[in-house]
Design a protein around this ligand. Structure first.
Ligand code: HSE
Length: 337
């Protein structure tokens, strides 16, 4: 432990008591990538995956404030300025609400293990890792539910709109339903054991901000009826362990037809996935990553290999991941980094 600062902070916006004697020196954490929308549930459904994900190493230092020590894996694309970087900005916000900003100093190393602008919740994984790390460093004064609004604020900073369908599963793990956006009513749904995904990221950049601008703000009632039937079907399928119901419900008639045009070979990839046993196939978050949902990892592996070959033959580079649905959310990797 760092030599203790005996000052006790009993009064702060969050009304949390921080035990200064037990603040940790260092921690290294992981937070998972996420598949927002779960194909049919635009802005309200999402799930976490075991891989990829981001890491944050956080160090307590004597000089108060929040600083970024370094970022790796981002090709120099993310800001080091602590007020502009979403990870440090959210950590600052939390320390400020805890009344600690002038008393505690932390430095952050962000290790990105996933591409930015890929539709895999890259900014969410980093933000959740940062907030989870500082909470662990402080002795976990906040519950995950209490951390959630800070994570959502990170999304607002990263893409201009504070949607929770990436941060909620990244923080809570599993499949999450955002029943209410304004009151942040987040519900964890059951996850069947054999639910796997094969994810392919065709290496073209589609920022969420741009992908959202494309979407029409009015939908036809007949399409809405199809979509909400599908959303209800997915939720029922998860509760009933019914892979067939999950698969036939994960269909998007509202958003996919518009966004698919940004994704090279989308309909060919979909054909390959469905012909090779996918329960469903669609866009991950705002794309361009695509996701094949399957029963078991072997089917998912076959699908991503075939899609990779298809894209390679057309000179499109891609990254592939096969993963179960992540249940735990963020986790501590090491206390002594
Ligand atoms: N629900 C958001 C969207 C998720 O589709 O724009 C972005 O990752």
């Amino acid at each position: 432990m760092t030599p203790c600062n005996q000052k006790k902070m009993n009064q702060n916006k969050l009304d949390k008591k921080i035990d200064f004697e037990n603040i940790l020196d260092k921690v290294r954490v992981f937070a998972p990538a996420t598949v927002a929308n779960m194909i049919c549930g635009f802005d309200i459904l999402g799930f976490a995956v075991d891989k990829p994900g981001d890491e944050v190493k956080m160090y307590r230092v004597s000089e108060p404030g929040v600083r970024i020590r370094c970022i790796t894996g981002d090709d120099g694309r993310l800001p080091l300025d602590p007020d502009r970087n979403t990870v440090s900005a959210c950590v600052k916000m939390l320390l400020s609400d805890l009344g600690l900003l002038n008393d505690i100093g932390v430095e952050i190393e962000l290790i990105k293990h996933m591409p930015i602008g890929s539709g895999l919740g890259s900014s969410s994984a980093s933000t959740v890792a940062g907030l989870f790390a500082v909470n662990v460093l402080l002795g976990s004064p906040l519950s995950k539910t209490e951390l959630m609004p800070y994570c959502v604020e990170g999304e607002r900073l990263a893409c201009g709109y504070g949607h929770a369908d990436n941060v909620a599963p990244a923080l809570m793990g599993g499949v999450t339903l955002i029943r209410g956006q304004a009151d942040l009513d987040v519900i964890r749904l059951p996850v069947p054991d054999e639910l796997y995904v094969g994810i392919v990221f065709p290496q073209v950049d589609v920022p969420t901000r741009d992908a959202r601008k494309l979407i029409k703000d009015k939908v036809l009632l007949k399409d809405a009826v199809v979509q909400w039937g599908n959303i209800a079907g997915v939720v029922a399928g998860l509760f009933q362990n019914d892979y067939g119901l999950i698969g036939r419900s994960m269909q998007d008639v509202l958003i996919e037809p518009t966004r698919a045009i940004l994704i090279p070979e989308f309909y060919e990839m979909k054909r390959i996935a469905l012909e090779n046993g996918a329960l469903s196939f669609g866009i991950s978050g705002s794309g361009p990553s695509v996701v094949a949902v399957s029963r078991g990892g072997e089917v998912a592996q076959i699908i991503v290999d075939k899609i990779k070959d298809h894209l390679s033959a057309r000179e499109i580079d891609s990254l592939q991941y096969v993963s179960a649905v992540n249940i735990a959310g963020p986790k501590v990797l090491e206390f002594d980094v």
